[in-house]
Unconditional design. Structure first.
Length: 200
C-alpha cells in the first residue's frame, strides 16, 4: 500500500516497482540452494535492479568492486565485465536485501518498515524449513535477520562483513580473504547439493 501511494504521488524509490521481486522470480524457493543477504538496495537508481549487490551499470559501485576482488582472489577468475549477477540467481542463488527498498539516494530510509521485516522473516523461515540451503549474511544488518529467523543448529550459516569498502574489516570474519565463493561450494557439497558455477 505504501508503494502504491508513492507511485501515485511520484515519490521515487529503488528498485523500480517491476524489479522489486526480481530475486524471487529468478530464484524461486524450490530452486534456491544459497541465500545471500545484503542490507538494502543501491541508493543510485541506475544501479538498483532487484538483486542484492547486482547492477546493470558498467560503472561498478565500490561494494561490487570488493565482491569482484574477492571473486578474483578466491576463484582465480578474471574480473567480470558486467555487474549483472543474474547468472548466479538462475542457479538458485537468492540475492535478497533484508530491506528490499529505499528512497532515491537515501540508504536505510525504509529500515523501520515492519512490512519488509515480515516479508524477509517469511522468506528465511520458509527456506530454512522447506529446503536445503546455505545462508550467507553479508554485514551486520543481514546477520541480525539470520540470527532472528534461522536456527544455526538446523541450517548452514556463513557470516562475513559487508563488502563495502568501509565495512570489509568490521567483523571477526572480514569479507576480503574470506574465500566466500569456494566456501559456499564446500558447504553445498557437504549438504549433498550441487555447487554453483560462479563464473560470470
Amino acid at each position: 500500500e505504501r508503494l502504491n501511494e508513492f507511485d501515485r504521488d511520484k515519490v521515487r524509490y529503488n528498485p523500480p516497482r517491476d524489479r522489486l521481486f526480481a530475486a524471487l522470480d529468478l530464484s524461486p524457493f524450490k530452486a534456491t540452494r544459497v541465500c545471500i543477504l545484503g542490507q538494502d538496495p543501491y541508493p543510485n537508481t541506475k544501479d538498483s535492479c532487484g538483486l542484492a549487490f547486482s547492477s546493470p551499470s558498467k560503472d561498478f559501485r565500490p561494494t561490487l568492486e570488493m565482491i569482484f576482488k574477492e571473486y578474483q582472489d578466491d576463484l582465480g577468475l578474471p574480473k567480470p565485465t558486467s555487474g549483472k549477477l543474474d547468472q548466479w540467481a538462475k542457479q538458485g542463488v537468492l540475492l535478497w536485501n533484508v530491506i528490499p527498498t529505499c528512497f532515491w539516494w537515501e540508504s536505510l530510509s525504509h529500515e523501520k518498515w515492519t512490512e519488509w521485516e515480515y516479508l524477509t522473516k517469511e522468506i528465511l523461515e520458509r527456506l530454512s524449513q522447506d529446503t536445503s540451503c546455505v545462508f550467507v549474511a553479508l554485514g551486520s544488518y543481514a546477520k541480525r535477520y539470520l540470527d532472528k529467523y534461522v536456527k544455526e543448529e538446523d541450517s548452514v550459516v556463513i557470516y562475513v562483513s559487508h563488502p563495502s569498502p568501509r565495512a570489509i574489516h568490521m567483523s571477526k570474519v572480514p569479507f576480503l580473504g574470506s574465500r566466500l565463493f569456494s566456501t559456499i561450494n564446500t558447504k553445498l557439497v557437504s549438504s549433498g547439493l550441487k555447487t554453483i558455477d560462479w563464473k560470470l
